[in-house]
Design a protein around this ligand. Structure first.
Ligand code: ZN
Length: 478
């Protein structure tokens, strides 16, 4: 390995994924190694299962921690011609891993290639290039490590210098696992986030009715009107706040900001409850009213509200029937975002009810739209009150992050950006913060070495540290 690297240095080819990975200038290297690298991680939006942290589980093997639930890898395997049995099917864990290992060499230039090798390096000290040839060896090395207490999920978070994570939770969640984690005195904050997508999903009235029925049981109330419904949901919102929640999150195709009256919404709610068909306009009004109501509560409590906009989900109905949602059949939508988003934020702002807000787009065509939208509602009350979130999902890769940060630089203030989040279901995704930090440092490094920014390493180093950690810390008040 070492000799091979030496050879490459001699030949002028940079070694693959070495300590200066993605850092193309000396300034970038200095910014990363002296300023960014040691900053702790605040992962303010992800999908880690709190139950696994509460129980501090250990994974039995590399497949369980790496391939279970990872629809990014499943998509790559399907694209590589691997039968479904090796992704979501009933092949053995080793058979699944072997097919993944055989796929990895074909993932070059997809972020999976960098992510996978970063994860092997950072968690397992494995510096080899994964392929079918060394699959058995790497599987056994990593699996042996995973079976030691050092690789429990809490230790995996400690290893990455994580200080705070926010999970994603339905309003009906008991939050028992968050409570248990806190009671245990775990030093990393594991906080819930309020994600009420199901509570406003009048696209599927049957599911919404079932949801309301569950809410009746959880909140211990009878819901016979819209006002009852709001009162019960408010109880959940309060309960989340009591359990340390300070952020909400919404996964939506687009913003809903239709005009409505309270009387209309009450009547639409009654229609839904009595199983009458509602019109598409009524559907839109109902979602608009709910979304606005949640925003009022978020503001009342001083929470940060987040909106993930633009995914076109579950496009393969055959696979949706077989495997359920979130199994890798989603893509970028082409919803028209600007007008309703502006209207939604404007209405809150007019009523002095607009809390700290982060908006995320999935369609890169909306980048500049988002970069300029946030400027409409930054009101000088706090720095970076309205944020445009980091490249998300299909945009969470080198090119996507560079484009997001360049547009934010051009049209807003990159210096006030709250930075990276994993949005991941996996305990091994935290090197994505490192990936982001390297890209960030490289952007600044280029500008300094091109004479486009002054060579003031202390100031730029401080701004880098702010984007990596301090801005998020101040913004979320963790
Ligand atoms: Zn998410």
């Amino acid at each position: 390995m070492f000799l091979e690297s030496q050879e490459k240095v001699k030949s002028g080819i940079k070694p693959f994924l070495d300590e200066n990975f993605l850092l193309q200038t000396r300034t970038a290297q200095q910014l990363y190694h002296e300023f960014a690298k040691e900053m702790p991680i605040i992962d303010y939006h992800n999908h880690l299962p709190p139950e696994q942290i509460a129980r501090d589980i250990q994974f039995q093997n590399l497949t369980q921690v790496w391939l279970y639930g990872d629809h990014y890898k499943w998509r790559a395997m399907r694209t590589n011609g691997i039968d479904e049995a090796y992704s979501t099917g009933n092949k053995s864990d080793y058979e699944k891993f072997e097919k993944w290992a055989a796929t990895v060499p074909y993932t070059m230039r997809n972020p999976l290639y960098h992510w996978s090798h970063l994860e092997l390096q950072r968690y397992f000290d494995v510096y080899d290039i994964l392929s079918e040839k060394n699959a058995r060896e790497i599987y056994e090395t990593c699996t042996a490590k995973l079976q030691t207490p050092e690789y429990s999920v809490r230790n995996l978070l400690r290893k990455m210098n994580v200080v705070t994570v926010c999970t994603t939770d339905d309003p009906l969640d008991s939050l028992e696992f968050h409570q248990q984690i806190k009671k245990d005195g775990f030093e990393i904050k594991v906080l819930p986030a309020f994600r009420p997508d199901k509570a406003m999903n009048s696209d599927d009235p049957e599911a919404l009715n079932a949801y309301i029925q569950k809410l009746e049981a959880v909140a211990d109330v009878t819901i016979s009107s819209y006002d009852d419904y709001l009162a019960a949901l408010k109880k959940c919102h309060d309960y989340f706040a009591q359990n340390g929640c300070t952020v909400s999150d919404h996964g939506l195709e687009e913003m809903y900001a239709e005009e409505y009256t309270d009387a209309e919404i009450r009547s639409i709610f009654d229609k839904i409850r009595s199983r009458q068909v509602i019109s598409s306009l009524e559907n839109l009004k109902f979602k608009s009213a709910m979304l606005f109501q949640f925003a009022l509560w978020d503001n009342e409590k001083g929470w940060v509200q987040q909106y993930h906009l633009g995914a076109l989900r579950s496009n393969n109905s055959r696979r949706l029937r077989e495997l359920g949602p979130d199994t890798g059949w989603d893509s970028i939508g082409d919803f028209s975002q600007a007008r309703a988003l502006a209207k939604f934020l404007r209405r809150l702002d007019n009523e002095n009810q607009l809390t700290k807000t982060i908006i995320y787009n999935l369609n890169p065509a909306d980048n500049e739209l988002m970069a300029t939208m946030i400027g409409n509602f930054n009101d000088g009350s706090i720095a970076g009150k309205i944020q445009w979130g980091s490249g998300w999902w299909f945009l969470d890769q080198k090119d996507g992050m560079i484009k997001q940060m360049n547009a934010l630089s051009n049209m807003g203030l990159l210096s006030r950006f709250v930075g990276m989040l994993t949005d991941s279901r996996s305990f091994l995704s935290f090197p994505r913060h490192e990936y982001f930090r390297r890209i960030l440092c490289n952007l600044f490094g280029d500008d300094v070495e091109n004479g486009e920014l002054p060579n003031d390493i202390e100031w730029i180093g401080k701004v880098v540290q702010d984007i990596c950690y301090n801005n998020a810390k101040n913004y979320f008040n963790f």
